[in-house]
Design a protein around this ligand. Structure first.
Ligand SMILES: [Fe+2]
Length: 293
């Protein structure tokens, strides 16, 4: 990396005092109070006060929930993001011209869709991951927004775990785990044989970016992931899996209703399976290469 970390970063293992201060502050914010984390916008008035409340929540938990009292167009959704200084949205093959991905179950479509095999575009459970873990660091996804246009008839709950919490638990358990997870070649996603020009991407699980924030790349997927051979990696993976599998004090469950959404600094998250009613579940997703700060 070509930038310098601030000397007193709590994420440097030698800075125990700074780490402890930061850690104690983080953990003191739990359990999360649902009332504090949900910011409601009346008459779709996006005023500074509410924007600051959203940012406060993201500062504490790396995510925040919001609710509008009317439907948002794609344009107003993008405008809302721009109020949070999220303007450089990241597109992908499946996004529309606004860089908005319509997350819905496409398995039922009459026309076969090319994205049909991607779990996000089905009604199946989507296991723990951070968004874009398969991207190289120079095009990392730092934040995303998920906006609910229609909920499912049943299921589809999102479960969130601030990646800084899992960092704390790993570091407290064994600081060497962090050293290993910060290696730049610890996790490799092989290239996709079906995509021309696709090549493998290696990267760390945890990394500190040029703004001195901690970010995470992770998937609990077991296939098509190559972990660097290391005596400890199995222990680390077991530790992570047991931490996220527990119904723990730090996870937050949210079942988004119509016109609700959440935005996150790419925290760990999963989605439960769901069943559609007459109106299919539809979530709109935007991704950004910049965090909410
Ligand atoms: Fe995701």
């Amino acid at each position: 990396m070509s930038y310098n970390l601030i000397m007193n970063s709590p994420f440097l293992l030698e800075n125990q005092t700074e780490y402890k201060k930061w850690r104690d502050y983080k953990l003191a914010q739990y359990p999360i109070s649902r009332e504090k984390i949900l910011i409601k916008f009346k008459n779709n008035d996006i005023n500074n006060n509410k924007i600051n409340l959203l940012k406060d929540s993201v500062t504490k938990y790396n995510f925040a929930m919001y609710e509008f009292d009317a439907k948002l167009t794609n344009e107003s959704l993008k405008k809302f993001c721009s109020r949070l200084k999220l303007v450089n949205s990241v597109s992908n093959l499946l996004a529309d011209e606004d860089d908005i991905s319509n997350i819905t179950n496409q398995n039922q479509s009459k026309e076969k869709s090319p994205n049909v095999e991607y779990i996000p575009y089905t009604n199946k459970q989507l296991n723990w991951h951070t968004d874009g873990y398969y991207y190289p660091l120079d095009s990392a996804i730092k934040s995303f927004l998920l906006h609910c246009e229609h909920p499912a008839q049943r299921g589809g709950e999102n479960i969130i775990l601030d990646h800084e919490i899992i960092y704390i638990y790993l570091r407290d358990h064994n600081p060497e785990f962090i050293n290993i997870l910060m290696q730049n070649d610890i996790m490799e996603i092989p290239g996709n044989k079906n995509i021309v020009g696709s090549h493998s991407v290696k990267g760390p699980v945890f990394y500190i970016d040029e703004r001195n924030f901690l970010n995470m790349r992770f998937t609990s997927r077991q296939q098509n992931i190559i972990w660097k051979k290391n005596d400890t990696i199995k222990k680390i993976k077991d530790f992570i899996f047991s931490f996220i599998a527990e119904d723990n004090h730090y996870t937050f469950n949210l079942l988004l209703k119509e016109n609700q959404g959440y935005l996150a600094n790419n925290v760990l998250h999963k989605r439960e399976e769901y069943v559609d009613g007459n109106n299919k579940r539809l979530l709109k997703r935007l991704r950004f290469s910049k965090r909410v700060e």
